[in-house]
Design a protein around this ligand. Sequence first.
Ligand code: CO
Length: 462
Amino acid sequence: MTKINITETVLRDANQSLIATRMSFDEFAPILHKLDNAGYHSLECWGGATFDSCIRYLDEDPWERLKKIKMVVKKTPLQMLLRGQNILGYKHYPDDVVRNFIKMSVYYGMDILRIFDALNDYRNIEVAMDETKKQGAHAQGTIVYTISPIHNMDNYAKLAKQLEEMGADSICIKDMAGLMMPQTAYELVKAIKETVKLPVYLHSHSTNGMAEMSYLKATEAGVDGIDCAISSFSSGTAQPATESMHFALQNCGFDTGLNAEGLKEINDFFKPVRAHFIKIGQLDPKVLSPQPEGLTYQIPGGMLSNMISQLKAQNAIDKLDLVLNEVPKVREDLGFPPLVTPMSQMVGTQATVNVLTGERYKMILKEVKSYCRGEYGKAPGKINKDLLAKALENEKPITGRFADTLEPIFEKTKEDIKDLTERDEDVLSYILFPQIAEDFIKSKKAKPSEEQLREDVKADVI
Ligand code: CO
């Protein structure tokens, strides 16, 4: 029987897409053992926004979280999402930081690193891929999927070939906005499988109600694995339900390796967790049903809600239609970048600014200027000539890899903050999120250690 590998996303992507990554370690700790025994191919549990959220909102050390997960999950490989040269932050970091971060992640127990670049400019993932392999972990190269006049099966197959040549252990097709149609999924997986010998994984979101259908068509084309979320944290902006996909695939003659009883226990555990997040208003039931407007505008759901709140803040919500019409224009002018972080924010905000100022590119965002200079990598298509000239302001664009212009900072930062911490893990957290990490490290130090606590209690009793 053909095996289809299932990756469970409840701890990372589903957590991020439905409840803004607010699930704490303590909330999911009791089910880790069962997750480990359900037969998953891997457990996506770290990376993406989890790191930021741990420090910013949950008062949790992200490194400790990873260590504690690994202490329980011993059989199932742990998986993370890494934004290439951006690591888990929002800008490009020098190579020494990328390498140290990956080294530490693997040391703490990470097994599979899914690595992507928003522009599919693989110069921005080559260092991360290289270090992942050096550390003996699995390097999954990613193709970010988007729809545009310049993106076609040929490009995607070429990207897959490039990933294979770079030494990727497997390939992920990342449909972050859930825009992929079933027949496209079939053709895309087929084209990539015919081009490379590597296992191919499909990652999608049920946002537009397409993912289940696309997954099924992808399995017909020979996909090796798909990402699912346990049903109480599935669908809508998250992934298709693990149990439903398991039964459907079994019915089609595939083996998922999952045991249905285990899945039921896991879902029973997460039901009250979901109820809790609905009760406190963190999970808006609206995001649980498909919102196929995304297929018309071809923009991710998160981007749409961002634009609406920006316009509301400017008292200009009546301009929403104008902005929605401006988005494709800006995207075209920028050479059709995929609308994923940070490009989705950049395109959405520039479109809003164009409409609100009443003149296209009267004001150019700082980020758009950096993009035009080549600081984010190579634009997939051609940048509009006039915009480019205006954005560059007589400066020369960078043609090489932007990270090559960045000086190493790890050792220097370590020296600079030696009074704050001596742990390399903290130095990495600090480099990624300087302001919040500083307060976080201080408050962590201020907390008495467990041993100290025990001592204190004893002292009190005496
Ligand atoms: Co995703």
